[in-house]
Design a protein around this ligand. Structure first.
Ligand SMILES: [Zn+2]
Length: 504
């Protein structure tokens, strides 16, 4: 083994120690599961970008033969393979399989379930994204490399598995259950010797998405975790009353980070209680198809979303449309969150909804002073549902829609600060105009103009953007938010960016 350098020998030694630990009690019971290989031409492992590539989740799709195509690959000889997950745009029941619970995937090596000892994680390494099995208990133990994307963009990217790795379905008593293994037949020591640990300081720029501590426990009476039924027409999983005429999309809270993870997909999500259970509610929809699309976006981020039947909201804080002067240029300003939803809460209890209100009101004043008709989705501290915000702008026939938010990561990341401006389709030029103006007129850091499938961007019919005006969890940004002059500067520069776009 001339190639084995010193550090790798150390890895092998560590592996032996890990293996010794593995022969302890829990493993004996894990053997009740078996595995069934998946035809590699019918399955794909995908790095699914969240927040435009701020971090990535693993998504595995399986095509049911002779059914509607679940994904499309844009292959390249060299470099990453971009995947279009077609199933996100249709009801994929019966055509595509995917595990929707957060514990849907785990590692199995040489016939041993390692779902408790290792968790799957996608981390950047140079210009690449690598799928690792990372030890959960001994953080100093080396990760095992399973595959990589061979390049990096902000798209859905195919993870090309390293030699010897394959996907398999977990079986129990000979029956496949809704859980997928990434498996390798060689003993663990061999995998560790072949795996290369990422260099120090090259791990994910964000803390890895937490997995529930109970990830795939090998219990003596394992309950097969059925994949969440992907919305068969008529039946409503998680069923509340069937008499409701709305659809509530929620994600049960499984860890302290669930709310933030859901907000990475849909910034207006908020914590609430439904039928005595604490959940993150993403939205309440009259239209089933819209609920399904939001559900699919959450599922793509590996969040265990549910659609519940619900009655119409008791308190509808739907903004009332005023009369609009003929020929007016109409801009809708959308201050994020409000009422029972504070939005992100940051350093010193700084509340996002207050920042959003302050900035939005000042943007309104500045635009009105320039002769623009400005409509607000809320002007006081009330809760407004996601869909109501988008519909308001559509009903007003607005020319532009600008949603104002403040960002958050985690309280342990005070070094993350800066401006992000999002658009979905037609808002790019507006996004660039606002972004450039804010960077020019404030000292906010530049985190880029990005695309995201946020609801208010997708379902507004005019150019629309969502501005994340800084991080309430960031040391520099939080200090700026506490300075009224600096907050006014942010607002003024957003207004300037809108006026520049309008040629005023
Ligand atoms: Zn927000």
């Amino acid at each position: 083994m001339a190639l084995l350098s010193r550090p790798l020998k150390t890895l092998v030694t560590t592996a032996a120690v890990v293996l010794a630990g593995l022969t302890a009690a829990p493993l004996a019971r894990a053997q009740q599961f078996d595995q069934q290989p998946i035809d590699p031409s019918l399955a794909i492992a995908i790095a699914s970008p969240v927040r435009n590539g701020a971090f990535y989740n693993l998504m595995i799709l399986q095509q049911i033969p002779n059914q509607r195509q679940c994904w499309q690959e844009q292959g390249q000889e060299q470099g990453p393979v971009v995947v279009d997950p077609l199933l996100l745009d249709f009801d994929f029941t019966g055509a595509c399989d995917r595990s929707t619970d957060g514990n849907g995937y785990s590692v199995r090596i040489n016939g041993q379930d390692l779902g408790v000892q290792y968790r799957l994680e996608i981390s950047p390494r140079q210009n690449d994204l690598v799928l690792f099995a990372r030890p959960t208990r001994d953080r100093s133990a080396p990760p095992i490399e399973i595959g990589r994307t061979q390049g990096r963009t902000n798209d859905f990217l195919k993870i090309q598995l390293n030699p010897g790795w394959q996907m398999a379905r977990r079986t129990y008593n000979g029956q496949p259950v809704g859980h997928i293994y990434l498996t390798h037949d060689a003993p663990l020591e061999v995998r560790l010797a072949a795996g290369v640990a990422p260099a120090q300081g090259q791990t994910s720029p964000l803390p890895p998405p937490p997995r529930p501590s109970t990830s795939t426990p090998p219990t003596s009476t394992p309950a097969p975790t059925p994949a969440l039924p992907p919305l068969p027409s008529g039946a409503i999983p998680g069923g509340a009353t069937a008499s409701g005429n709305h659809f509530r999309v929620v994600v049960p809270i499984t860890s302290g980070d669930t709310l933030q993870q859901v907000r990475n997909v849909e910034p207006e999500a908020f914590r609430t209680t439904v039928d005595g259970q604490t959940v993150v509610q993403v939205g309440l929809f009259r239209d089933r198809q819209r609920a399904d699309e939001v559900y699919n976006a959450l599922v793509a981020a590996n969040l265990p979303a549910k659609v519940l039947s619900a009655s119409a909201p008791a308190v509808a804080s739907t903004p009332v449309l005023p009369s609009i002067p003929q020929g007016a240029t109409v801009v809708v300003i959308d201050p994020g969150h409000g009422g029972r939803d504070p939005g992100a809460v940051g350093i010193g209890g700084l509340q996002e909804k207050q920042i959003n209100t302050t900035i939005s009101n000042r943007v309104q004043q500045q635009l009105q002073a320039a002769g623009i008709t400005v409509l607000m989705t809320r002007s006081t501290d009330v809760f407004v549902d996601l869909d109501a915000r988008a519909q308001y702008a559509n009903q007003a026939g607005a020319d532009l829609f600008v949603s104002i938010h403040a960002n958050a990561i985690s309280m342990d990341r005070p070094e993350v600060n800066g401006l992000e401006t999002y658009y979905y389709s037609s808002g790019e030029r507006l996004a660039r105009s606002i972004h450039a103006s804010v960077l020019q007129n404030t000292d906010l850091g530049d985190r880029g103009v990005r695309t995201a499938r946020f609801y208010v961007l997708r379902y507004t019919s005019m150019p629309s953007v969502l501005v994340e005006t800084g991080f309430v969890t960031g040391a520099t940004d939080a200090a700026r938010f506490r300075n009224p002059n600096a907050v006014n500067q942010i607002a003024d520069s957003i207004a300037r960016g809108i006026l520049n776009y309008l040629g005023r």
